[in-house]
Design a protein around this ligand. Structure first.
Ligand code: URA
Length: 239
């Protein structure tokens, strides 16, 4: 595991806030591998180093992984000056978790929450190209040429988007729905690529990420990931 700031590791172990942990370090009460560390910055490997506070070994922060079927109106950041409901408030845990990537407030569906920042960085890094599938309800009838454009990728401000897989689920005069899989994670990507080909979104739901799906999980419900699911996420983000 990569080295982390000592105060971050102490805070993750539930000692105190990061700022208070900094003070604790400077006061000389923290030892790493028996040696007092009273200067900052200080870096440790929480999986290898033995860290003590007031002579007592700290408890390693338990890695936790949840899958939430996010409802509409819930946001994926840990702080919101507007006081909207947050995804982290729906999941019951004592660990300090955060969302892996983001879904818009208006988007429903699969979001992973964890305290594993290394896996989070990997899952959101473009080099791994993790497949994310969405079901989109669209106003009006989708045309064949719009599907072709979506499949090839379209130009956005950031450049041309990668190819998408598109399956038409329903095509009516008043409403259509498609299943679309993309491997990038640009901000509001699905809404923007659909707008680029002239389609307006009625609703957007993420149904899967890698092999993980929201199947069987009601909107607003969460569950812990199984060991197999965590192993899968680690496998698809290994070099
Ligand atoms: N694309 C979007 O436009 N919104 C999301 O929430 C996720 C992907």
């Amino acid at each position: 595991m990569a080295e982390q700031r000592l105060q971050k590791v102490l805070a993750a172990a539930g000692i105190d806030s990061r700022r208070k942990c900094e003070e604790l370090i400077l006061s000389g009460e923290v030892r790493v591998n028996r040696k007092v560390v009273d200067e900052l910055p200080a870096f440790v490997d929480p999986e290898k180093d033995i860290i003590t506070v007031y002579g007592k070994k700290i408890r390693a922060a338990q890695k936790v992984y949840f899958l939430l079927n996010k409802p509409k109106g819930v946001i994926c950041t840990n702080r919101d000056p507007r006081g909207r409901k947050k995804a982290i408030d729906i999941v019951h845990t004592n660990e300090r978790i955060f969302c892996v990537g983001r879904l818009d407030a208006d988007t429903t569906g699969l979001i992973i929450l964890t305290n594993d920042s290394e896996l989070t960085n990997r899952l959101t890094h473009p080099r791994y190209g993790i497949a994310k599938t969405y079901v989109v309800r669209i106003n009006g009838e989708i045309a064949g040429e719009q599907v072709v454009k979506l499949k090839k990728g379209v130009w956005l401000a950031e450049g041309k988007t990668g190819r998408a897989s598109v399956k038409i689920l329903k095509r009516r005069h008043t409403e259509s729905s498609i299943e679309i899989t993309i491997r990038q994670g640009l901000n509001r990507q699905v809404r923007r690529i659909l707008a680029r080909v002239g389609l307006s979104v009625k609703s957007l739901t993420r149904t899967s990420l890698g092999k993980l799906t929201v199947r069987g999980l009601g909107v607003g419900k969460s569950r812990t990931l199984t060991r197999v699911e965590v192993a899968h996420l680690k496998k698809i983000t290994s070099d």
